[in-house]
Design a protein around this ligand. Structure first.
Ligand SMILES: N[C@@H](CCC[C@H](N)C(=O)O)C(=O)O
Length: 292
């Protein structure tokens, strides 16, 4: 089967975007994996699929598949690229759209400076909702959040890490580190991602606080490995940092792929806003084997 695609990136988190507004492509998990493969396919951290409005008051439906072929609830950098895509393709004339995801409705808005701001909805700090199994764990309260000890299969000093569990629709385990450059992301990222206390796996964030309005962040993503940036990871990290009492309400997040700005008023009823770039890289068509 031959399909058309658009390659996009937001702060270096890269995507293959597919248009299913007219007809369904019916791709299998193996075919999503093929598209994401950097050697045999197009190459991407996630595949984003654009579908027509599923309900009144909603403009589009947005599907997200990780590079491993699994479908997931939310993708922040993808949401910005999604908004840029539907405008550039003439699928809408609106600057602000409402998009249905597996995790709820989000609202991206194209801004005059060429960036995109997304209302990512409310964060959730209840571990059960990630889900995160805390049975038998003793948390350490700090500010308005709890740090949870997570035992890893490794040697000291990294045998146990303290994490803040945050859902932005998708699950995040955020830990504070002194220096993101020397953080053991490649070693502990997979251990946290697949930790048995996270039955649906988890995205592992490594947060370095530079000042009250500036942080550095690396994220080992569920289903994709370390990416150059993770939008929901940036939201979760700032929610954790504000909850811990370390950050102000508007924070610049420096990732390896670029700058994201996150704003959160600090209440569990308050939505998190993310602002950042969204860029088209190239367009193409590719033959997808029936059984890659
Ligand atoms: N890159 C994303 C997150 C994509 C999904 C994530 N890997 C998960 O499995 O939850 C972002 O920008 O938020």
């Amino acid at each position: 089967m031959q399909i058309r695609f658009t390659k996009m990136q937001g702060a270096g988190n890269d995507f293959v975007v597919l248009d299913e507004t007219r007809e369904r492509l019916g791709l299998t998990p193996a075919q999503y994996r093929f598209l994401a493969d950097r050697h045999f396919g197009v190459g991407a951290d996630q595949i984003l699929t654009v579908r027509p409005s599923p309900a009144e008051g909603i403009d589009f439906e947005y599907l997200i598949h990780n590079a491993d072929g699994g479908q997931v609830q939310q993708c922040g950098n993808g949401a910005r690229c999604f908004a840029r895509y539907v405008r550039d393709k003439g699928l809408t004339a609106k600057d602000r759209i409402r998009v249905q995801t597996m995790a709820g409705v989000i609202a991206p808005e194209l801004t005059a400076d060429g960036r995109v701001t997304v209302d990512m909805g409310r964060p959730v700090l209840d571990p059960a909702r990630l889900p995160f199994d805390t049975a038998g764990l003793v948390p350490v309260p700090q500010g308005s959040v709890k740090k949870w000890p997570l035992a890893l299969d490794g040697q000291a000093p990294q045998a146990t890490v303290m994490i803040v569990a945050v859902s932005m629709g998708n699950p995040h385990a955020v830990q504070l580190v002194d220096d993101v450059d020397s953080a053991p992301v490649a070693r502990t990222g997979p251990l946290i991602e697949g930790h048995p206390r996270f039955p649906q796996r988890v995205n592992a964030g490594y947060l370095q606080v530079v000042g009250r309005t500036e942080v550095r962040l690396r994220v080992y993503e569920r289903g994709a490995g370390e990416t150059l940036a993770c939008g929901t990871g940036a939201c979760a990290a700032v929610v954790a940092g504000i909850g811990l009492g370390l950050l102000d309400a508007r924070v610049d997040v420096h990732t390896r792929g670029g700058l994201l700005t996150i704003a959160w008023a600090g209440g569990l009823q308050d939505p998190v806003f993310m602002t950042g770039p969204a860029t088209t890289v190239f367009e193409g068509q590719i033959d997808i084997p029936e059984t890659p």
